[in-house]
Design a protein around this ligand. Structure first.
Ligand code: ADP
Ligand code: MG
Length: 437
């Protein structure tokens, strides 16, 4: 690469980071311009994983910046430096395994809340199938479950490049299963899954109430388990709390190790902020890290959100990142948690208030003592979070969007007529707000 191209790429990357400050610098390391002609900018990446990731996540930003810089219409392509296009990443399987480049064990901060979960994941990645099988990691949203699961895959791949890994979200598993049925190639689907060394399924709680998917997963599980292949699962609650899940699955989920991730301590939060800042190529002072760690307590996604705001403010105003800037960026106050209230908190507050179990809310029970809290939950989730009707239904026992819609209109109507309901709603919503402070 010539000197001019070299510095053109540097400038390009700087500008891309300005429009999308979340991108960490690691993704942009060791890139090179392979060619730039005829309106096509081809950027070489050190490996296919990176090329694939950049293509999916940064193409638009690169195009926008390249066009602005050159004044021409430019399309951008990422290839791995050995020249192969970024598309198919998994050589062994029909399904590309997309791993997040930042979600490695290296970038994971270990603290009291996640020590055991982390150690178990490391153990599993070192000898898949031999230690804890299955490994079941659970905990509330935003505490690093997905990160750990990706970490297992990265580490296992590092140790053995031939290892055959399949990483799927539960939704991907169900969608592919349905598609396989529709297209009449169920055996191929089954072979794909049953021939892996490590099967990772993220957010397995979404299997609840999906009887046919549960059945299919049961057989996949057995086939892998019998062949001593590793199974790793995550969920937002413990196996027996998932609700509407076949007992035989619940019991299998407990065969290996069930481990939880809990909310991070203050010290862990500070360390995470430091680590995330470092990954994005900026070092921040202890003072600033402490301020951010104090401002976002509920989960780590919120913490990252706060860091992003600070970082973006510094980039757009051209100021250095210091305490004054951090305070100014975060409004001198706690990060608005209004936006980041989680359904999990709402469910927890509601179940506490009505003294019912989470599993009941997610069950098919229709007695008034369960149905009302469930509908209140749906109403609050609709009004306090930005989740879609489908997602809300998913959290409450896999109900469909019309059920959620119905619940919302019913509670809206009730609250205007019924003082008691109105008070209940306001009490529960204020306890939800307190939880996420
Ligand atoms: P979950 O799957 O539990 O909802 P994620 O794995 O998606 O949570 O984590 C949310 C964000 O927080 C991710 O960006 C992840 O990298 C980060 N994160 C969570 N825990 C840690 C940790 N211990 N160290 C570093 N980053 C973390
Ligand atoms: Mg997750």
């Amino acid at each position: 690469m010539t000197k001019e191209l070299d510095s053109f790429l540097d400038e390009l990357i700087q500008d891309v980071q300005k429009i999308d400050p979340v991108n960490s610098r690691k993704w942009f390391e060791n890139l090179e311009i392979i060619k730039f002609d005829g309106g096509l900018l081809e950027i070489g990446c050190p490996d296919e994983g990176k090329a694939h990731f950049l293509k999916d996540n940064c193409s638009a930003a690169f195009m926008q910046v390249a066009q602005k810089k050159t004044g021409y219409l430019v399309s951008v392509n990422f290839t791995s430096s050995n020249g192969s296009p970024a598309a198919p990443i998994a050589q062994k399987s029909r399904w590309a395994v997309k791993l997040h480049p930042d979600y490695t064990f290296d970038s994971f901060v270990v603290g009291p809340g996640n020590r055991l979960a982390h150690a178990s994941c490391v153990a599993v990645s070192h000898s898949p199938g031999d230690t804890y099988n299955p490994l079941f990691v659970y905990g509330p949203v935003g505490l690093g479950k997905t990160h750990l699961l990706h970490g297992i895959c990265w580490e296992a791949k590092n140790l053995n490049t031939n290892v055959n890994i399949q990483f799927l979200t539960c939704e991907q598993f169900m969608n592919r299963f349905i598609r396989a049925i529709e297209e009449g190639n169920l055996p191929e689907f089954q072979n794909q899954l049953r021939s892996v060394d490590i099967l990772v399924i993220d957010d397995i709680q979404f299997l609840r109430e999906r009887e046919q998917s549960q059945e299919e997963f049961f057989h996949t599980f057995n086939a892998l388990y019998d062949n001593r292949k590793q199974i790793v699962l995550s969920a937002d609650c413990a196996p027996n709390e998932i609700g509407s899940l076949e007992e035989r699955l619940v019991s299998r989920f407990k065969w290996g190790l069930v481990t939880s991730v809990d909310a991070p301590s203050y010290e862990t939060r500070v360390a995470i902020v430091q680590k995330k800042a470092h990954l994005r190529g900026c070092e921040i002072s202890d003072e600033v890290a402490a301020y951010i760690a104090q401002s976002a307590k509920a989960n780590i996604r919120e913490l990252e959100g706060a860091l992003t705001i600070v970082y973006a403010t510094a980039k757009t105003t051209g100021q250095p990142i210091n305490l004054t800037l951090a305070k100014q960026a975060l409004g001198g106050n706690i990060v608005s948690s209004e936006r980041d209230l989680s359904i999990t908190d709402i469910i927890e507050a509601t179940t506490k208030y009505f003294n019912v179990r989470r599993a009941d809310l997610q069950s098919k029970k229709r007695s008034q003592s369960i149905a009302l809290p469930r509908q209140i939950c749906m109403y609050l989730a609709r009004n306090m979070t930005r989740h879609s009707l489908e997602e809300i239904g998913g959290h409450l026992g896999g109900r469909d969007h019309t059920t959620v819609m119905h619940a919302c209109s019913k509670i809206t109507e009730l609250k205007d007529k019924n003082e008691k309901i109105k008070n209940q709603l306001s009490e529960i919503s204020s306890s939800v707000k307190n939880m996420s402070m």
